[in-house]
Design a protein around this ligand. Structure first.
Ligand code: SAH
Ligand code: DHB
Ligand code: MG
Length: 223
């Protein structure tokens, strides 16, 4: 990709956000707080966050699972889609990220709907299952990429027919095809796992924008 193309992708994302999202005090404050705390700026972009929100609303999601909270930017978008009484559980490895996310969610008025569980998701997911915390109507997987296939398997166990499972960063500048790093291998393992899973119907969509060239996998759990 040329740098002209990638800068145009970012400019178009800014145009989309300006027209269709606009200033949003709680989201803007969350990004500012993340930066002030030194968190990496790897949150979903504003148009992507709004897509997650629209998908959650379109299925009337009442219970949402997130793997990988960071500062809670995507969490805010998703939690805002919940109806009264809806719940979101987000799993985060780093206590510092969880603390920043908790403050951002409280500022956004969402603390009562969101539970942040700190720890490695491969430890906290079995606990959620043991508590019968599911089924979740929507799962958003956005943590350490080498574990994507494992997280997908857990999300499926915690789902019901009709649930959506969405996975971020499955293209990574095309490295899914032949990248030799663990993240690329994780993306391929996810595609293999989905391809071999008869209980879901899935696709993946490549995206360009302020975060470069990447993509989401989206699966629905069959009835
Ligand atoms: N979903 C966020 C971005 C998440 S970035 C947003 O769009 O706003 C990825 C996050 O996953 C980081 O905060 C990282 O600490 C967390 N993470 C990494 N490994 C993890 C693990 N094993 N279990 C849970 N979270 C993990
Ligand atoms: C990275 C992680 C993400 O979840 C993302 O959306 C972009 C980048 C990263 O670890 O570099
Ligand atoms: Mg991501």
């Amino acid at each position: 990709m040329s740098s002209e193309a990638s800068s145009a992708w970012g400019e178009v994302d800014a145009y989309i956000a300006d027209r269709l999202i606009g200033a949003d005090a709680d989201l803007d404050s969350a990004l500012a707080a993340n930066a002030a705390a030194g968190l990496p700026a790897i949150d979903v972009s504003p148009p992507q966050g709004k897509l997650l929100h629209l998908l959650a609303r379109s299925i009337g999601a009442k219970r949402i699972l997130e793997v990988g909270a960071l500062g809670g930017y995507s969490t805010i978008w998703l939690a805002r889609a919940l109806p009264e009484g809806g719940r979101l559980v987000t799993l985060e490895l780093e206590q510092k990220h969880a603390d920043v996310a908790a403050a951002n969610l409280a500022r956004a008025g969402l603390a009562s709907r969101v539970e942040i569980r700190v720890g490695a998701a491969l430890d906290t997911l079995p606990k959620l299952a043991a508590e019968a915390a599911g089924p979740f109507d929507l799962a958003f997987i956005d943590a350490d990429k080498p574990n994507n296939a494992n997280y997908f398997a857990w999300a499926l166990m915690l789902a019901r027919p009709g649930s959506l499972i969405i996975v971020d960063n499955v293209v990574r500048e095309g490295s899914v095809l032949a990248g030799t790093d663990a993240d690329a291998a994780g993306a391929r393992a996810l595609f293999e796992a989905i391809a071999a899973e008869p209980r879901v119907t899935a696709t993946a969509i490549q995206t360009v924008g302020s975060k470069g060239w990447d993509g989401f996998a989206i699966a629905i759990v069959n009835g």
